[in-house]
Design a protein around this ligand. Sequence first.
Ligand SMILES: Cc1ncc(COP(=O)(O)O)c(C=O)c1O
Length: 388
Amino acid sequence: MMIQPANRISEVKEYYFSKKLREIDEMRQQGIDVINLGIGNPDRSPSEVVLEELNAASANEGNHGYQSYIGIPELRNAFSGWYQKHFKVTIDPAKEILPLMGSKEGIMHISMAFLNKGDKVLVPNPGYPTYASVSNLVEADIVSYELKEELNWQPDFEALEKMDLTQVKLMWVNYPNMPTGANATLELFEKLVAFGKKHEILICNDNPYSFILNDNPLSIFRIEGAKDIAIELNSLSKSHNMAGWRIGMVAANPTFIQYILRVKSNMDSGMFKPLQLAASKALSLEKDWYVEVNKEYLVRRELVWEIMDILNCKYDKNQSGMFIWAKVPETITSAVDLSDKILNEAHVFITPGTIFGKQGDQYIRISLCSKQEVLEESITRIKNSINL
Ligand SMILES: Cc1ncc(COP(=O)(O)O)c(C=O)c1O
């Protein structure tokens, strides 16, 4: 007897990184010391007060049971206060916030809550691969929209208006943008909200990078009336060095939150209370926390720029977020070839932009989540072994 998997997974490829990590593991087993500059996984600790709260709350016998589906009031209030303080946006903690186990799961919950089979979804190219894979899992039809360097990686609204938008139900946007590092502007959010309202398309802004190398965090909810048509995801993964904790949130109007909750409440049974209490502490940290986090990224960014310079790659120095995105020289036909060459010859892994969509074909992306000495070692290796 052959048990076949469901059709829906046939469209979903193994996550590129899990395949690549296996390859890197194999190289390491052969004794090759590979440096991985690919993944945006913050390597530093959360704030001391956050760890203290986690420890103290874990020691309390009453904190180990199931929790409510909607998060404890302390955490919802903390998210609301965080948005008010840093984004200048008012979100009702009782009705407009749902804590999540990272923003990634929110992409699935939102898709399940709003998309029927055959509905169309606008997905950015280049973009975070999960938007497309989740769309495939819910059997929605992907309509890819191009982000172009000439437009500073913002959506091309003229081109969008010319597309057939009937049956498009949802649009994924992500500013500050991953992988390109392009920042958000209020003007962009204004255009997105107007576009969503005009065509009755739900605009989902995925916003996990707003505190990294960015002095002015922006939310789509700064635009008046945005809650009628937009949803925003946010996360503590990057802003608070808590990627493994799996803490994020979705903000939306109360009706949308109820739709999403109908999915989520059937998938998990609440988040561990000490994590929620500690996350609440993280959200109340003052500005100096973000300054400290960024101080290190600023130094690392210089080193990554140096790697890009050695590789003759061109990049914008005003990028936000946790990566540097750069264009490979004209002489290189594909970023995958360049990435493989650097992996095989310098034993350094750099992400080829191709994995974020066709528009990424001529780009590479380096993460800022490696220590300075690792970046310095990468510079030495690449200098000594790569001849372009
Ligand atoms: C654009 C984007 N959205 C969402 C996520 C997921 O983050 P989280 O850890 O909050 O699930 C990532 C993580 O790399 C990301 O790059």
